[in-house]
Design a protein around this ligand. Structure first.
Ligand code: IPD
Ligand code: CA
Ligand code: CA
Length: 265
C-alpha cells in the first residue's frame, strides 16, 4: 500500500516537472521566428511542437518505459500496461504561432482506461493545473472547484472549432442555440485550458466536437477532480477516444446537453 501511494505521488511530481520543463521551452521559443508547416488546411505544426514532444517522450521513456503513449505529433505506443500517457506538447499551436500567450503543455495519464493524472501548464501565465484521481484539483498550490452557477442565463461557456469543416452546419446551429440561452460564449484556442478554466470556476461549461485524446485527457482529469462533469454531447459516458465532449460544473449539464441535441426546453 505504502509503495502504491509513493508511486502515485512520484508519478504526479514527475508529470508536473515534465510539463514545466517542456513549458519553459515553449516560453523561450515564443515570439521567435518559426518554421510553420501545415498538417491540414488550417492545422499547423512547428518544430517547437515536435521538440517539446521529444522532450516529454524522452522523459516518459526513461522513467516509465512500459507505459503506453499516445502523443499528438505522430507517436503511439501500445504496451498493454495499465497506464497510458496522452501527450499534447503544445495545445494552442495557432495561438502560439500568432503570438497569443494562451497555450499549454497538456499531459493526461489514464489507468486501465480511467482518468488518473492530469497536468496542464501555461508557461506564459505561470498557471499550473494539476489533479490526481481522488486527491482534488489544483491551480499552482491552490485547490480549485467548479462554479455553482445553475442557470444558463448566468453561465459563461467556452468552445472551440475543429480544423475539419465537415460538420460545420451542425456546429453553427448548435452554437446559435447555445448563444441564445447563455450569458456568453468564448473561444480561446486551447481545449486543455478551456477545461481547466471550467475546473477553476471561471467558465461554467465547455463543448467541442472532433477533438483528440491528447487535447482532452489532462484537462478532463483536472475538471473531474474539481467536481465537474464530462460526457459526450448526448450525455453518454465520456470516452477520450470519442472527441465530441460536453463538460460543465454539473449543475447546468443537462440544460447544455438538451441544447446540444436541439431538444425543446
Ligand atoms: C487545438 C486546440 C483548440 C481546439 C482544436 C485543437 P492544437 O489543439 O485545443 O482549442 O479548438 O480543436 O485541435 O492543435 O493547438 O494542439
Ligand atoms: Ca491540442
Ligand atoms: Ca498540439
Amino acid at each position: 500500500m505504502k509503495y502504491l501511494v509513493l508511486t502515485r505521488v512520484a508519478m504526479l511530481n514527475f508529470a508536473l516537472n515534465l510539463a514545466k520543463k517542456a513549458g519553459e521551452y515553449l516560453k523561450e521559443s515564443f515570439g521567435k521566428e518559426l518554421n510553420v508547416e501545415h498538417k491540414g488546411r488550417i492545422d499547423l505544426v512547428t518544430q517547437i511542437d515536435r521538440n517539446s514532444q521529444d522532450m516529454i517522450l524522452d522523459g516518459i521513456e526513461r522513467e516509465f518505459p512500459h507505459h503506453s503513449i499516445m502523443a499528438e505529433e505522430g507517436v503511439s505506443k501500445t504496451t498493454g500496461h495499465d497506464y497510458t500517457w496522452f501527450v499534447d506538447p503544445l495545445d494552442g499551436t495557432v495561438n502560439f504561432v500568432h503570438g497569443i500567450p494562451f497555450f499549454c503543455v497538456s499531459l493526461g495519464v489514464f489507468k486501465r482506461g480511467k482518468p488518473f493524472i492530469g497536468v496542464c501548464y501555461n508557461p506564459m501565465s505561470g498557471d499550473l493545473f494539476s489533479a490526481q484521481y481522488g486527491k482534488g484539483a489544483f491551480r499552482n498550490r491552490e485547490k480549485i472547484r467548479v462554479s455553482d452557477t445553475s442557470l444558463l442565463i448566468d453561465a459563461l461557456v467556452v468552445t472551440g472549432f475543429p480544423y475539419s469543416l465537415a460538420r460545420l452546419d451542425d456546429s453553427m446551429s448548435r452554437f446559435a442555440r447555445i448563444l441564445s440561452e447563455v450569458q456568453g460564449i468564448r473561444r480561446f484556442g486551447s481545449a486543455a485550458l478551456d477545461l481547466c478554466f471550467v475546473a477553476s470556476g471561471s467558465f461554467d461549461g465547455f463543448w467541442e466536437v472532433g477533438l483528440h485524446p491528447w487535447d482532452l485527457a489532462g484537462g478532463v482529469v483536472v475538471l473531474l477532480e474539481a467536481g465537474g462533469r464530462v460526457t459526450g454531447l448526448s450525455g453518454e459516458e465520456f470516452d477520450p477516444h470519442h472527441g465530441d465532449i460536453l463538460a460543465s460544473n454539473g449543475n447546468i449539464h443537462n440544460d447544455l446537453r438538451r441544447l446540444m441535441q436541439g431538444e425543446p426546453g
